[in-house]
Design a protein around this ligand. Structure first.
Ligand SMILES: C[S@@+](CC[C@H](N)C(=O)[O-])C[C@H]1O[C@@H](n2cnc3c(N)ncnc32)[C@H](O)[C@@H]1O
Length: 301
């Protein structure tokens, strides 16, 4: 069965079925990595939310929010009369997100389990719909953009922050860095995800007919001791089953790559440059978008 047809069938099933397509396993380590990733890019996201002008009483949705995503940043801006929904397919992450929101007093945030391709939320019911590090790592993830467009009210905002692994570098370089990165890229390509997606979103937003486009790439230097320095070996471990299913590396060889990469990244003289997070923002015209332009991205609407 083709991926798009499978996706269509899954939409009639359950979020649990959709979750099986996602290649990074849910674990304590992965949930910690998501939290560290949020910390790394926090100031970048805050700055774009300020430029957008997210304010009191806005109704916001953070799609594929993982263990909380940017719901805390939205929560503070929309105030008690506003509302924030965080949605994800993974109920384990949502449980952690709920505890975290309660511990941080985020009273205007609620979390719901939903497939990002077909959430079931009412059409045109949000002032802002956001998604981060999801469209680039989920099979046929740009189809999610089609659904996001249906959820934003006329005049509302679509805000996507997506990865581009093109910027990832390690100095001094080492064959295990190149090997691990190639395995990650090949595995995502194999499942139909595009980890170079970030900059391509600008053209998509333009073609769709979104207005007032803003775009900004964000990336960071990392060195020994930085919490995100181990993100490549950590992600490779989280994708272990998906990588092994490619059949290009044995389990023993993969373990050795991860171990040697961790050693290399622990050296005090090793510097890495992160994947970039490309922020793209657009406004839905007041007259709305035509159905034809909304279906252009993933071809599912
Ligand atoms: C890399 S994480 C990003 C999490 C969050 N946006 C952040 O920036 O911290 C991708 C998230 O997408 C979720 N996901 C995968 N497939 C999904 C789908 N079909 N619908 C909704 N969420 C999905 C995963 O469970 C995971 O939490």
């Amino acid at each position: 069965m083709g991926r798009k047809l499978r996706r269509y069938v899954e939409q009639t099933l359950s979020p649990e079925t959709a979750a099986q397509d996602y290649p990074i396993k849910t674990s304590e380590q992965e949930m910690t990595r998501l939290r560290m990733q949020s910390d790394l890019f926090r100031a970048d996201t805050e700055s774009m939310l300020d430029r957008i002008g997210v304010g009191l009483e806005w109704r916001c949705l953070d799609l594929c929010c993982g263990v909380g995503g940017i719901t805390d940043l939205l929560s503070r801006r929309v105030g008690t009369e506003g509302s924030v929904i965080g949605a994800d397919v993974d109920s384990a992450k949502l449980t952690v997100a709920g505890d975290w929101a309660r511990a941080n007093g985020l009273g205007n945030v609620r979390f719901e389990q939903a497939d990002a391709f077909a959430t079931g939320f009412p059409e045109a019911s949000f002032d802002l719909v956001h998604s981060r590090f999801a469209l680039s790592v989920i099979p046929d993830g740009t189809g999610i953009l089609d659904h996001m467009l249906t959820l934003v009210r006329p005049g509302g905002i679509v805000f996507v922050e997506e990865a581009n692994v093109q910027t990832m570098e390690c100095a001094p370089t080492d064959p295990v860095w190149d090997r691990a990165l190639a395995l990650l890229v090949d595995t995502f390509a194999n499942i139909g995800a595009d980890v170079y997606l970030g900059p391509k979103l600008y053209g998509m937003f333009h073609t769709i007919g979104l207005t007032e486009l803003r775009v900004r790439p964000c990336l960071h230097a990392l060195r020994a001791g930085d919490p995100m320095m181990m993100h490549l070996p950590g992600t490779v471990e989280g994708m272990r089953d998906a990588i092994l299913s490619l059949g290009t590396v044995t389990a023993a060889a993969l373990d050795q790559i991860v171990e040697r990469l961790r050693e290399h990244l622990s050296r005090p003289d090793t510097l890495t440059i992160s994947y970039s997070m490309v922020q793209v923002v657009g406004r839905v015209p007041e007259r709305g978008l035509s159905r034809a332009s909304m279906g252009r991205v993933g071809g599912l609407v």
